[in-house]
Every structure is written in C-alpha cells, then in structure tokens.
Design a protein. Structure first.
Length: 88
C-alpha cells in the first residue's frame, strides 16, 4: 500500500506543478506585472485566479483535485509504513 500511495503522491504533485505553470503562463499573458507578482509574491496567484475566474477556473480546480490526490497518496504511504512496521 505504501508504493501505491507514493505513486499517487508523485502523480498528484506533477499534476499540481503542470496546472500551476498553466496559471502562471496565463498571468504573464495578462501582463508582466501579474506574471511577476504571481511568481514572486505569496498569495498573488490566488488573487489573480479569483480576479480572472472564468479563464483560470479549469486549471485551478484541476490543481485542487491533484492536491487531494497528493493527500490521499500521502495517507496511504503513512498507513502502509505503519502497518508494515507492525505498529498498531
């Protein structure tokens, strides 16, 4: 179960990276200021996403689904490690 969890975490992490880069490209296409702010300032990308919701909702929601996959994969990895160690 640990290997499955690790695989899910890696796949989810790569998907999150892919969709985050998509949003960053959209921000740079909007303006250099939005792109740099999204790249350098914490939470600026969230402001950009909510301000440009119609254009960014698909990659943002897919990124959230990928995050859920990472959480599930991490939980499976921990559960697999604990159960294989014999700790109850």
């Amino acid at each position: 179960m640990g290997m499955l969890g690790m695989a899910l975490s890696v796949i989810g992490g790569l998907a999150m990276l892919f969709f985050s880069i998509q949003i960053l490209i959209m921000a740079f296409k909007t303006s250099m200021g939005w792109g740099l702010a999204s790249l350098l300032l914490p939470f600026a990308v969230l402001v950009y996403v909510f301000k440009h919701w119609e254009a960014t909702k698909t990659p943002f929601l897919r990124s959230l689904m990928a995050f859920v996959l990472v959480v599930i994969g991490s939980a499976l990895s921990v559960f697999g490690a604990v159960s294989s160690a014999g700790v109850q």
